[in-house]
Design a protein around this ligand. Structure first.
Ligand code: NAD
Length: 483
């Protein structure tokens, strides 16, 4: 499908996400011809920018992300951008916006197609959705909406937001974006699991001892202390990215690759997600906060953070499913700020087998998602000139040339929105289940806070998080593989 006619409205057109991700991705899709003659983008935000100023910003965004560009192409692309100063809380502004969208629709023959993108602070998502509905901003063609994370703060607010969005949009037209689902190695999980007999046949509790997922961030909260203090690592990273990864690792094989079948497989799995009790939260979860160093603040001393904050900048936990190919296998996860390095990595740890050589290492399958893209399998073999077993890695790694060809996650996902493929977006029923799990943990923590005895491990910055996370394993033979 090429040259899709559409008027795209970006709420938050002057923001960081629009500048760093959306504009460069849209340019690449324009270069591929997916959107070309019949599209226009309306950037909205509060600032009093002009069309011309937005076009300069768009052009800058492209130059900042591309080594070589054809200036005429950039100019032609930027000419499709229009700016509308807009306060999302002001109803009258939606009337102006609707008028501009209609004018551009006529000018670009966009066939009444509308794509709304919520790229601003999540507290405004509900307001925007409500006014799209009551001011009738939808067009006469397709109407799709992309919603950034976080989708709600807990299940109640997520349900409320969903209600506001579904007043104007069908579930099939709501694209809840999680950019992890656009990452190369995350998209590689299904083919890896389902096309290799070597992997597919061992994907069960009989062979897999545990699965470990680490989303390590190097940075602290930086300027986002005020927002972060109301969220925390569990809501910020586990509710979305980590649960998406867990779902891809644990779901049954879909009957085909259609969006419906993939979501069906995910939903079937998620019914059997075990929601932890407060006792299990106490036993299987660790929350932590980073301490300061010579040059950096402790979390509680960061600007705009409550000095008595109980918000976690680190969480480790455990989950399991009662159905699916790896029913009963413990899945451990951890994420946090101020780790020793930025890395996203999945380790699948296989069980030992009895063998005449005695000690041998376990086979692990490791998927490195960020910053490198690679998969490696540890394998045992003979030592050359002495008795015993040595361990080697079989590695599947991308060359620099291949890496350069990998599109940014946002480009992939925007492409999917234009062609109406929701495979790599979060369905409402999945999101709801993730919140049920997160709420159970948050509620248990809240009760501990209220009882005045929250256990919040304080960890040294730029290492691997609190040592307490070594104690969440089910057996003494388990430990974190990535250390
Ligand atoms: P930002 O603060 O840089 O941008 C917010 C935008 O909203 C700005 O254009 C601002 O002018 C506008 N705005 C604020 N109040 C307004 C109002 N009352 N009326 C109209 N416009 C208003 O935020 P961001 O980093 O671009 O993030 C936007 C969304 O994208 C968030 O949901 C965030 O979680 C998500 N996100 C961002 C990134 C990223 O890399 N920046 C990555 C993943 C997800």
């Amino acid at each position: 499908m090429k040259n899709i006619p559409v008027i795209m409205i970006i709420f938050g057109g002057s923001g960081d996400l629009a500048h760093r991700k959306l504009y460069p991705s849209l340019f690449n899709l324009y270069e591929q011809g997916l959107i070309h003659d019949n599209f226009a983008v309306i950037g909205t935000a509060r600032r009093p920018w002009s069309h011309e100023y937005l076009r300069e910003q768009v052009s800058d965004a492209i130059h900042e992300t591309h080594d070589q560009v054809d200036e005429n192409e950039v100019k032609a692309f930027a000419s499709h951008f229009y700016y509308q100063s807009h306060d999302v809380t002001n109803v009258e502004h939606y009337v102006t916006l609707k008028k501009l969208a209609q004018e551009l629709d006529d000018r670009y023959s966009a066939q009444g197609n509308r794509l709304f993108y919520m790229a601003m602070a999540p507290r405004f998502f509900g307001t925007i959705a409500t006014h799209i509905n009551d001011q009738h901003l939808t067009g006469s063609g397709f109407n799709r909406i992309v919603v950034e994370k976080p989708f709600g703060h807990d299940i109640a607010s997520a349900e409320q937001l969903n209600k506001e969005i579904t007043a104007s949009f069908d579930e099939n037209d709501i694209f809840r974006i999680d950019h992890y689902l656009g990452k190369e190695m995350i998209q590689n999980i299904m083919p890896m699991r389902f096309t290799n007999p070597l992997i597919k046949n061992i994907w069960s509790g009989e062979y897999i001892k545990n699965i470990q997922i680490t989303l390590a961030e190097r940075l602290g909260v930086e300027a986002r202390g005020g927002y972060y203090d109301t969220s925390g690592a569990l809501r910020d990273m586990v509710q979305n990215h980590i649960f998406q990864i867990i779902t891809l690792l644990a779901m049954p094989e879909p009957k085909d690759l259609s969006s419906d079948s993939v979501h069906q497989a995910k939903q079937e799995l998620l019914k059997s997600l075990i929601i932890p009790t407060p006792e299990e939260v106490k036993k299987n979860f660790v929350r932590g906060q980073y301490l300061g160093s010579d040059t950096t603040f402790a979390y509680k001393k960061e600007p705009n953070v409550d000095p008595d904050s109980t918000t976690e900048t680190y969480v480790a936990g455990k989950t399991k499913f009662t159905s699916g190919p790896i029913a009963g296998v413990p899945i451990y996860f951890r994420t946090g700020k101020e780790f020793k390095e930025k890395k996203t990595r999945i380790d699948i740890v296989l069980k030992h087998i009895n063998n005449p050589y005695g000690q041998a290492h376990s086979n692990n399958i490791t998927i490195e998602v960020d910053p490198e893209s690679k998969i490696y399998i540890t394998i045992n073999g003979k030592k050359i000139d002495e008795p015993g077993i040595r361990r080697e890695d079989l590695t599947y790694v991308f060359s620099k040339e291949e890496m350069a060809k990998v599109p940014d996650g946002y480009e992939r996902l925007l492409h999917d929105v234009f062609v109406n493929d929701s495979t790599n977006f979060t369905h409402w029923s999945e999101l709801k289940r993730y919140w049920e799990f997160i709420d159970a943990v948050e509620d248990a923590w809240q009760k501990e806070n209220e009882a005045g005895n929250p256990e919040i491990a304080q960890y040294l910055p730029y290492r691997m998080g609190p040592k307490e996370a070594d104690n969440i394993f089910e057996s003494p033979t388990e430990h974190w593989i990535y250390e």
